[in-house]
Design a protein around this ligand. Sequence first.
Ligand code: AP5
Ligand code: MG
Length: 214
Amino acid sequence: MARGIVLFGAPGAGKGTLADKIKKVFPVVHVSTGDLLRENVRRGTEVGKKAKGFMDQGKLVPDDIVIAMVRERIGKDDARKSGFMLDGFPRTVEQAQALDKVARIDAVLVIDIKKEDLRKRILGRRSCTKCGKIYNIYNERLRPKREGFCDNDGTKLMQRDDDNEDTFEKRWNTYLGQSEHVIDYYSKKAGLVRRLDGTRTMDLSEEELRKALS
Ligand code: AP5
Ligand code: MG
């Protein structure tokens, strides 16, 4: 059975950014359902066509679509061999139950952050469409060296369609409606849930990361 960990947190909590950091210490396969869905939207696939409306409204894409997509991805050789790190999945108890049928979860990292800290993160986020690197124009440590372009490959940075005030509010409300159930689900399994302070995920040392994931 494939094995992996889950990164859980509000929109803009820093899941993707933390995943990049973890990858440098543990060479696991990073599976972001948001990134996979956006890729499907870009390519105009059937999944992308079905998902777009939900994403633009800050709602969850139906479970069957997302579960099938994750199952396929974590069933691939690389994820089976190296393990996986899920970012943005599961978001419902149904998704968590479906995951338990096909994989073993070793840790659930919950990133705690207040709503008022998230607005600037969401509105200031820019990302590279080529390598996926995430920036923030309002944060000195997270700004690209050359405004508007990726440090890694010089690609023009983009702003996500759902990163506006209106959709952020909707995404936040969706999160509030679902998060408690998923955390409750995992809290019933002893020792699985580990809480991280979302204001200092960028400063976590390798030792702290190892401890959180041990
Ligand atoms: P998804 O792409 O997963 O979006 P999200 O959960 O809203 O999370 P984000 O990607 O916005 O934030 P993040 O936590 O990754 O933060 P990041 O590291 O980028 O999902 C999008 C949509 O797809 C959903 O709304 C839904 O429609 C659909 N979907 C996805 N998964 C689904 C599922 N399982 N079921 C159903 N539907 C699903 O950081 C944010 C910003 O903050 C960046 O600018 C970054 O530079 C900055 N930052 C990061 N860490 C710090 C820090 N410690 N201090 C200061 N700034 C920081
Ligand atoms: Mg993300």
